[in-house]
Unconditional design. Structure first.
Length: 421
């Protein structure tokens, strides 16, 4: 079997590694001229790290990111709403990682090059179309760098892992239109700074309308470490305003970000000075798309952000793409026919990811902050006077269980039971 993968992001690269481990040949075609380390920080959750660990990437991740130990939720005034342990400190068999998105992608990309060979990733190839028949799928790529003659590739299956603006998705749903914007702009940056707390903790202050996120993404050296920050502010009514241009590398003016950064307080941390000291910040609109009725059309299917782009709350975007890769690789390895495999994959992953998309629109686990700020906008003396702890736990734990990364869900999953058998 030969699988054509469109897109060399985290989802596409992980899929290639998963397939290779099962003896299935994969080739990746990427529109960009090179696989670059773009973006800033992300968190990758234990249920996804488990999959990367099983293909031998845990040592490389430890050399690159931070094993997240604890998460704190605050209101905008810096009052603690909730705290919880994360990763191995919460009882998971593997860690949660706070890591630079580009470096995570590089870890996976390096493994693909090492195991599948340099020719397995072909850059400068943009998908322009495909034709299916009873024997396979023929994909057509244009030269996105030089404008030269294109390339035609034949395979058994085509996996479109080409992001929120997926070319294959557009062919299947030509009238879908632009991504949905909720009116929130995200400003992101990272800079070397004095560690906060133990250097392995992350903080989220404020709800969906106005939020500040803080976490380290590299080990400390010489008393400083790379700190990632995000400022989210609702700037417009997304229902009536088109989203700004989306790009991981769209540079933002710090003078625009600073007035908003001043709104937030994180205990024992100078938010304003951190943002002011960051050499370069990036701007990105918070967008997603409505869940689709189907991903699979014959021998072609969608994966990752091409299938289920979601708001970046709850640390689930890259994690869900990695889970897609595992499910798809397993389905292709066990099915008697590729079409059956793609259907099995869709039947497994589509309803799960659709529910995460819907929950993220409501704020994900961070909705606990929205609930507290709604009931006590001026702050509180004791959070349990505002909202019972059981209700807070139900919001946070309910999301973790549905998204598949609670300790209980991990222990009860069929994959985990099989591994421990």
């Amino acid at each position: 079997m030969k699988v054509i993968i469109v897109g060399a992001g985290i989802g596409g690269l992980t899929t290639a590694l998963m397939l290779h481990r099962r003896g299935i040949r994969a080739e990746i075609y990427e529109q960009s001229s090179a696989v670059r380390e773009v973006g800033v920080g992300i968190n990758t959750l234990p249920h996804a790290i488990r999959e990367l660990a099983e293909i031998g990437l845990l040592p490389a991740l430890d050399n690159t990111g931070i094993r997240t130990r604890e998460l704190f939720y605050y209101n905008r005034q810096g009052q603690e709403v909730w705290r919880e342990m994360r990763g191995v400190d919460a009882g998971h068999p593997v860690p949660q990682f706070s890591i630079h998105r580009g470096r995570l992608q590089k870890v996976i990309h390096d493994a693909v090059i090492d195991r599948l060979g340099p020719a397995s990733v072909r850059t400068g190839h943009a998908l322009s179309g495909f034709i299916q028949d009873e024997g396979g799928v023929t994909a057509h790529f244009t030269d996105s760098v030089r404008g030269a003659a294109g390339t035609t590739v034949r395979g058994d299956v085509l996996i479109a892992a080409d992001g929120i603006h997926s070319a294959a998705r557009r062919l299947f749903y030509p009238h879908e239109g632009a991504p949905s914007w909720n009116g929130v702009l995200m400003w992101r940056g990272a800079t070397e700074w004095k560690p906060w707390r133990d250097g392995r903790s992350m903080a989220i202050g404020g709800g969906m309308g106005a939020k500040f996120v803080l976490y380290p993404i590299a080990e400390a050296e010489g008393g400083r470490q790379l700190i990632n920050w995000v400022v989210n502010i609702r700037m417009a009514d997304g229902a009536t305003s088109p989203p700004p241009k989306e790009s991981w590398s769209r540079v933002a003016q710090r003078s625009l970000v600073l007035p908003y950064a001043k709104r937030f307080k994180i205990p024992d941390f100078d938010v304003e000075t951190l943002v002011e000291a960051t050499p370069q910040a990036f701007e990105y609109p918070m967008c997603d798309r409505d869940p689709l009725p189907r991903w699979t059309f014959g021998r072609v299917t969608l994966l990752g952000d091409a299938a289920h782009p979601m708001y970046p709350v709850g640390s689930n975007g890259a994690s869900q793409a990695i889970l897609d890769a595992r499910s798809l690789a397993d389905a292709l390895a066990r099915a008697e026919h590729p079409r059956q495999a793609l259907w099995d994959y869709e039947r497994d992953r589509l309803p799960k990811t659709a529910e995460v998309v819907r929950m993220n629109r409501k704020g994900g686990p961070e909705r606990v902050i929205d609930e507290v700020e709604k009931r006590a906008p001026a702050g509180f003396a004791n959070v349990e006077d505002v909202i019972p702890r059981a209700e807070l736990k139900a919001i946070v734990g309910g999301y973790a269980g549905t998204a598949g990364f609670s300790v209980e869900t991990e222990r009860s999953s069929p994959e985990r039971r099989a591994a421990n058998a």
